[in-house]
Design a protein around this ligand. Structure first.
Ligand SMILES: O=C(O)CCC(=O)C(=O)O
Ligand SMILES: [Fe+2]
Length: 371
């Protein structure tokens, strides 16, 4: 039964959001185990494996594309799910970049408005010692890194106007552009250009509200999504919120591609879940690194950096989405000029849904004080 004013997507979102109702939730698609329920929905995809060499894939920490497990989901043409194609030991690099490098200036993050330029310029330095010494038993004050919610790269998404601006841009990280190029090429998108990135940082009580990524001016290009750390439930809906979404489980290393008819579908992340398999971190982080791999583009993560990342990831998930904003040879329309200096209030999809939900659960005080 739908409550008044509630659409089919929100009903399912609320069901999965509630910790207590998880065991009675309808089954979700699990790409890794190929459960009977999932198999009925999934079709293995042949990728354009010839377009990416093994060396190009290894240069960004990926297995040779012919070894990737990629799936289409019935009813969602253009949606592609690649089950952790990273080489053992190489997801570490991406996690470290998301925590140590990408939040730095000139990139933009949710903490910019709340602190001095000094602090904002190095969240890692101000948080690393505390994270290294963090004890799971002691409740300590949150580090700045733990207060990070989002970072934008390339053309910086403005959360207030929901637009990108030509002048509000910083160089897109070369390693992430190369990773995106490799994945898009293997999926048959030979001209994809990584122009904007939104990184989302989640903790165990975080969620990401129901939305469509429609601000990019070119919807014929795919949207790429990379997930690291703890697992999550991803809800993929339809072109309207009246369509009930399909729940899918996402684990560390999984990649999703939203393209074609799936590019503008409603989606959300109602819940973060501990990865299956026990232990603090997903087992893929304990595999010995492929020793024969060396890359001119990415460095192995040092053991001391990994200590910080490991402590952070024990109760966190990081998602990077990469988008092409302009169509090939295209430019921003005139009405997009002149807003470049407007500073976004830093409201993301996160906070609205979380606050709304917290309100419902009587938790708003706790969340507000955690900000
Ligand atoms: O965290 C995710 O899996 C989804 C992120 C997302 O939808 C977005 O950044 O637009
Ligand atoms: Fe999205």
């Amino acid at each position: 039964m739908l409550e008044q004013g509630e659409d089919a997507f929100r009903k399912i979102f609320r069901l999965y959001r509630k910790r207590t109702s998880l065991p009675i939730c309808p089954g979700w698609l699990e790409f890794r185990s190929e459960s009977p329920e999932s198999v009925a929905w999934l079709r293995t995809v042949e990728l354009s494996v010839g377009s990416v060499s093994d060396q190009d894939a290894a240069n960004v920490g990926l297995q040779p594309p012919r070894q990737w497990s990629a799936y289409h989901v019935d009813g969602y043409p253009g949606f592609l799910f690649i089950s952790n194609p990273f080489l053992p030991g190489w997801q570490h690099h991406w996690v470290r970049q998301c925590l140590k490098l990408y939040p730095k200036k000139p990139n933009v993050c949710n903490l910019d408005l709340h602190m001095s330029l000094d602090n904002a310029s190095d969240l890692w330095s101000s948080s690393q010692a505390q994270l290294r010494n963090k004890s799971p038993k002691r409740r300590s004050e949150k580090t700045l890194l733990e207060k990070l919610r989002w970072v934008t790269l390339g053309f910086h998404y403005n959360w207030d106007t929901k637009k990108y601006y030509r002048e509000h841009q910083s160089p897109f990280p070369m390693d992430l552009a190369a990773l995106s190029h490799c994945v898009s090429l293997a999926c048959g998108f030979s001209s994809f250009k990584a122009e904007a990135g939104i990184l989302n940082y989640y903790h165990m009580d975080s969620s990401l509200g129901i939305h469509v990524d429609e601000s990019e001016l070119d919807h014929s290009s795919p949207l790429l999504s990379f997930s690291f750390g703890q697992s999550s439930i991803f809800l993929l809906g339809g072109l309207s919120r009246d369509v009930a979404p399909t729940p899918m489980m996402m684990h560390s290393g999984d990649i999703m591609v939203m393209s074609g008819a799936s590019r503008l579908l409603y989606h959300a992340v109602p819940r973060i879940l501990r990865h299956p398999g026990g232990g603090d971190l997903p087992p893929c982080f304990s595999l010995p690194p492929s020793s024969d791999v060396s890359s001119p583009l990415i460095d192995p993560c040092s053991p001391s950096d990994w200590e910080v990342c490991k402590s952070y990831l024990q109760s966190s998930r990081i998602n990077m989405t990469v988008r092409q904003v302009l169509e090939e040879g295209g430019s921003f329309p005139e009405e997009y000029d002149g807003h470049s200096k407007k500073v976004s209030q830093g409201d993301s999809y996160h906070s609205k849904e979380e606050m709304q939900d917290a309100e419902e659960q009587g938790l708003s005080k706790r969340l507000k004080s955690a900000e």
